[in-house]
Design a protein around this ligand. Structure first.
Ligand code: GUN
Length: 302
């Protein structure tokens, strides 16, 4: 059944476009450069940062990895970020979340220079997104889903979009994008969370359902309207004695049960994940062009 939204394929197309832009910048003597900052040894964060490094290298983007120990003070992390902010040869800064609990995540994100904030987490970029000002950086996962919506020409105007999850990384910025008065937006957006009543009923009324709540296989077949478009953002590790590792990764959607009902659905892995990284690379190159003073209107994010 081919109703899959092929994030891998679209991410590869985006990467080819970004690679071309890197070549153009190199020809002007500019090497796009991004710093990845990881605090502690969270296994998932190690994997994510590793994938980001690998993709950057493939596209000709320079990346620098900073690994700080779990017990790093907030002050030390802020000092590093300030140094990176002041380094003119560096265009993008990404501090991998989650951070240890003794570090205030919001304080860290608001210290990254807005012009190097390729994650789109700085309050100025969050505010610009909310205001519909497309000068800022858009967070990578919602940006990636929006790109899939555009490239698959999914009609969002007047559609009911239900977002499961109200996090700052996916749920809230996703709502900000899709509620805007704009093509491939103009949606009626409902954001659901742990206190939402009648969540099943709300999901069943969705033309587009975006699951980003971090609960393994939360979305079941009876929560999906026939022909709805389903995006699965979840990456959850669950115990599975029959798998070699003793555990395996599942999404927030019960894919097997939901695929036959959905109009289109993202596989997981291979759907939203590759898009997140592709948008990060696109944001980095845009930051480099902005630093060089060569960003035109068409480069804007959404
Ligand atoms: N942790 C989970 N998703 C993300 C992301 O998009 N950026 C960062 N920095 N950390 C994350």
């Amino acid at each position: 059944m081919d109703n899959l939204i092929d994030g891998k394929l679209i991410a590869a197309t985006l990467q080819t476009e970004t690679e071309r832009e890197v070549q153009e910048l190199l020809a002007q003597g500019i090497l796009p450069s991004v710093a990845f900052v990881r605090v502690g040894e969270d296994p998932a964060s190690k994997v994510y940062v590793g994938m980001k490094e690998k993709t950057a290298a493939k596209l000709g983007i320079q990346s620098r990895l900073y690994i700080l120990p779990e017990d790093t003070s907030e002050r030390a992390l802020l000092d590093l970020i300030n140094d990176l902010n002041n380094d003119p040869s560096l265009h993008g800064i990404l501090v991998q979340a989650p951070l240890p609990s003794h570090i205030r995540q919001a304080k860290i994100f608001e210290t990254v220079s807005p012009s190097k904030d390729v994650d789109g987490f700085h309050p100025i970029n969050v505010g610009k997104l909310m205001l519909g000002d497309n000068d800022g950086f858009v967070p990578c996962t919602p940006g990636g889903i929006h790109e899939l919506i555009k490239r698959y020409k999914i009609e969002t105007r007047g559609a009911h979009v239900v977002i499961l999850g109200r996090g700052n990384i996916v749920g809230k910025p996703m709502a900000s994008i899709l509620v805007q008065k704009a093509p491939y937006a103009d949606a009626t957006v409902t954001v659901c969370h742990s206190h939402t009543r009648n969540i099943g009923e709300l999901c069943r009324s969705a033309d587009i359902l975006i699951a980003a709540l971090g609960v393994p296989e939360f979305v079941k077949a009876d929560m999906v309207k026939p022909n709805a478009i389903v995006f699965d953002v979840g990456v959850n590790r669950i115990a599975d004695p029959s798998s070699p590792k003793g555990s395996r990764l599942v999404g927030d959607v019960d894919f097997k049960a939901v695929q036959p009902i959905a109009g289109k659905i993202t596989p997981n892995p291979g759907g939203v994940g590759p898009m997140t990284i592709a948008i990060l690379m696109k944001n980095t190159v845009r930051a480099a062009r902005m630093a060089a003073g060569s960003v035109s209107k068409q480069d804007k994010t959404h």
